[in-house]
Design a protein around this ligand. Sequence first.
Ligand SMILES: [Zn+2]
Length: 552
Amino acid sequence: MDERTPTIVRANSIVSQARTRPGAQKSLATPDPTASSALEPEALAITGETISATGTLTELRDRFPAAEVLDFGDSTIIPGLNDAHIHLALTAGDALHLDLSHEAVRDVPTLLDTIAAEVGTTSAGAWVKGSRYDDEKTGIVLRDELDRIAPETPVLVNHVAGHWGVVNSAGLRFLGIDESSPDPDGGRNDRYSDGRLNGKLIERALMNVLMPATARGERFIPGDTVEDLQLGAARTIAKWNAAGLTSICDALISPQDIGILSALRADDALGLRIGMLLSIDHYDKAAEVGIGSGFGDDRLKLIGVKAFLDGAIGGRTCLLSEPFTDPSYQGVQTTSTEELRVNVERVHTDGNRIGVHANGDAAIRLVLDAFEDVAARIPRPGLRHRIEHCSLIDDDILNRMNRLGAVAIPFAGYPGYHGGALNSWYGEERMERMFAHRSFLDAGVTVAGSSDYPCGPYQPLFGLQSLVTRTGVDDGITVGASQKVTAAEALSIFTLGSAEASGEESYKGRLAPGYLADFTVLGDNPLTIDPHGIADIDVRATYVGGSEVYRG
Ligand SMILES: [Zn+2]
């Protein structure tokens, strides 16, 4: 067959975003959606990995008479969804363990039944491990509850955010932790109010007993091997494809993770384009051998470096200029300003992109100080740094980001996931300035779509719905309503915005000639249905580089 003969793809509607200029997402919010859809192509011609032509079906058939037509019937085709900040490497192991997420187990009895069933099929001495447990949503599970269903088998229940886990008595015995054991530095063996160990191992207390992939020992919870993790990553990628994702940026990568993903790349098993932010802890080595932003190819590529500055939204530890409800508490700075400045200067000087985790407005200002300082002294035209999360903003922050060309990567799904809890944590006034997608678009600041999974649901359609409705799916409470965006804008955020955040906007995020043939086939049009139904739209197929990676 002639290699240049394209495949023609058609569907009931195609949302191409072809006329949206990168860097001007706002112009996509066409005031008249009917006028815009009249100009959309009926079909795409795909040659190899890219889109070679678009037009009416008749035009493309006339032009390529030998082409096969792939007809998606009444579906809607959108540009492939792209999550600019998600954690594949950190969660690859989860796919090997029991799924104790709130989606999978709604309450404590179901969670315990799930574990009990696994205990029944586990050989003596082996651990039963579960992950993604969310105590706030599912309810409290501690040592005593686990002991009732697993008196002999060691059990670990890992919290969704990864900072703590719960083990049962058999687990504590295995690890040699008893009532007299002291707390480790930087961690705590938590206790019931009567002073007994409750099985909750917090921070270092948990980290110290998780076996590193390379080590062997008796007092460790057995870790996953590199082969296990490779399998876990492949399973996770398949799940994400099924949710419509074609690209991601993994926001914290170690050298071992690069090895795991490279092995999948070599096996041609990467059904997802993966950008990577390398942990700043490993930057020295990479810089030494000259590996920087852009290293790799359009399947697996280093996007830049990741650094941290403050705490979290859910944990209420982000660094704020005005206190939380407790007037003496304004959150935490996890890295010194001096260290931040040194790291930003180093990475910037090398011509590499840095993404700094900063949630609170006070943290964001420190990041902007550092960005502005190096940009003034060491020009690196076209180099656009990122602020990961960039949760709480004001006009001054927007203006400074705009001048720098800095990219915002805020949580898309948090309003939908946390709902009214956000109001009680941060206050209604502040919620009008948090996850401020509307403000970023209006100010001309590039804004990307991100779930930060496992901290929020990974499904990008959930993110789109949350961006448009700003309403909690469980409690129906709307938070920060002034930050709502249109469905067309939400789609552009999760496609073009994310592509800009990794410097790939010239070939990703649109269904237009010269762009990658990455697209998602949906059972309904997210731009025209009731936005409260966007998360439930059926993903019918996902294509990466013209190849099917998922079919529903
Ligand atoms: Zn993250």
